[in-house]
Design a protein around this ligand. Sequence first.
Ligand SMILES: N[C@@H](CCC(=O)N[C@@H](CS)C(=O)NCC(=O)O)C(=O)O
Length: 204
Amino acid sequence: MLTFFHSPGSCSNGILLLLHETGADFDTRIVDVVRGDQRSHAYLAQNPKGKVPALKIDDETILTEFQAIAYWLANAYPDAGLWPDGLLARSRTLEALDFIVGSVHMRGFTFVKVPQKFLSDAAGKSALQAHGRTEVGKGLSILSEMMGERDYLLGDFGLADAALFYVLDWAKQEGFTLPENLSACHQRLRQRPSFRKSKTLWMR
Ligand SMILES: N[C@@H](CCC(=O)N[C@@H](CS)C(=O)NCC(=O)O)C(=O)O
């Protein structure tokens, strides 16, 4: 059975959603990153990066990094239809995932949510937060443009939508106004059976 290391409310929500999309059999271990569980010896022994998400796929193998876990799930459970056909569609999926996780999350929300990780003085922290908000705003505009009139980011529901879901949640929590198409997509994502199954482990 798979073991999923998860912190409710964090980016690992996206992997929780995908696990339910695949119908995989998995156990969840809570690693609460607000409480600091990721720095415990027990967790670092499993995942020296001290981050969630992580997915243990057998006794010797632990996968980390959102994109890699998402890719593995889509290919390990092909019946879930999460990996599109065709080279360009696959490349677009990876492109969107990298943009959401690598740019909107890491270069935007990280500074909005935890500026104290980088700077300790009040003026520096608020400048960093302002920079993060600008980056998130730009990211949301690009994602809105990318989605256009489709129901999900790239057409049918796919890996990138799981990442989109957690950044849209964060955007709402941080008081961003979502472009109309992203807001409709957020509602659509909340209607998915996989979200209903994720609900008890979605928020702290
Ligand atoms: N590049 C990683 C980023 C993961 C990440 O930043 N996770 C955050 C939660 S959203 C975390 O574990 N933070 C704990 C910490 O940095 O101490 C990925 O794609 O999975």
